[in-house]
Design a protein around this ligand. Structure first.
Ligand code: DX5
Ligand code: ZN
Length: 218
């Protein structure tokens, strides 16, 4: 497999010290930034002004995960401020393909996210339109929840479709990813791993190294 990508989620970081919290994850591939609107999910984080400041100070490119309604209207702002990838939820976009094309035109990688209950079937043939697919392994909204292994069949379908089509689409998991669960997701086909509490719940650089090793060893 390709080398696993480990994207720590700053949802589990200390929000009043974000710049120094970023410095604690220097070996990360990308930094995962969770935007929540208290509408698509029952939790609220921050929006473009805060993400723009994170973008300005972060030595690591941003992997923005939008848990917001009205993605068609609001997602482009995150590409505009310089996010490396912008992932919106399939359940929150009127026209996911048009939105992904717009994000790509703006220079961002375009990602589509699926809640645990959302079927992947209709997106398999649309895979060329996206740079990454995020399979949520918890109900979105909060860190520290338990990994849902019942979402793994979706990853297997995505992995098979990706390989059949010969695409370089990244397959990402988010929620409950730890040294104990990461191997299950890697085995099912994931190559990009978001981890919040598992990284910031210990010494972040040690935790990142443990996750990377566990993903490789599955
Ligand atoms: C949850 C967020 C996740 C969250 C994961 O809705 O999308 O990115 O930070 O946290 P852990 O790794 O603690 O499950
Ligand atoms: Zn997330």
């Amino acid at each position: 497999m390709t080398a696993p990508r480990i994207n720590p989620s700053i949802l589990s970081a200390d929000f009043v010290n974000l710049e120094s919290e970023l410095a604690r994850i220097a070996s990360a591939d990308l930094v995962h930034v969770d935007v929540m609107d208290n509408h698509f999910v029952p939790n609220l984080t921050f929006g473009p002004p805060v993400v723009e400041r994170i973008q300005q100070v972060s030595p690591i490119p941003l992997d923005v995960h939008l848990m917001i309604t009205g993605a068609d209207a609001h997602a482009p702002a995150y590409a505009e401020l310089g996010a490396y990838s912008v992932t919106f939820h399939a359940e929150a976009a009127e026209d996911p393909v048009a939105l992904a094309r717009r994000l790509r035109e703006m220079g961002a990688r375009a990602g589509i996210a699926l809640k645990p209950g959302t079927s992947v079937a209709r997106y398999l043939e649309l895979l060329p339109e996206f740079d990454q697919v995020l399979v949520m392994t918890v109900e979105p909204g909060f860190g520290g929840q338990s990994f849902m292994p019942e979402t793994m069949p979706k990853l297997r379908e995505l992995r098979a479709a990706r390989d059949r089509l010969g695409l370089d689409v990244w397959l990402q998991v988010d929620g409950g990813v730890s040294a104990e669960t990461i191997g299950v997701a890697a085995e099912a086909g994931a190559d990009t791993f978001v981890a919040g509490s598992a990284v910031y719940g210990g010494v972040p650089e040690d935790r990142i190294a443990e996750l990377r090793a566990a993903a490789r060893d599955h």
